[in-house]
Design a protein. Structure first.
Length: 61
């Protein structure tokens, strides 16, 4: 929103797929290894098959 870096890096109790997409955009510059919220969003999107991390084998369709 105003190009300010995110300040909310803690994990949340419940994250929807829509929330996870938003977090991935807002925390674009955060490394997932250091940002619990981005790590949670990445995990949620992977569970929902909306994201296939580069460290997992996959085939294009």
């Amino acid at each position: 929103m105003y190009d300010l870096p995110p300040t909310d890096h803690w994990a949340v109790p419940v994250m929807t797929v829509d929330d996870a997409h938003r977090v991935m955009q807002q925390h674009l510059t955060c490394p997932a290894t250091l940002c619990p919220r981005k790590r949670q969003a990445k995990h949620r999107l992977t569970e929902a098959a909306h994201l296939v991390p580069a460290d997992q084998p996959h085939f294009g369709g």
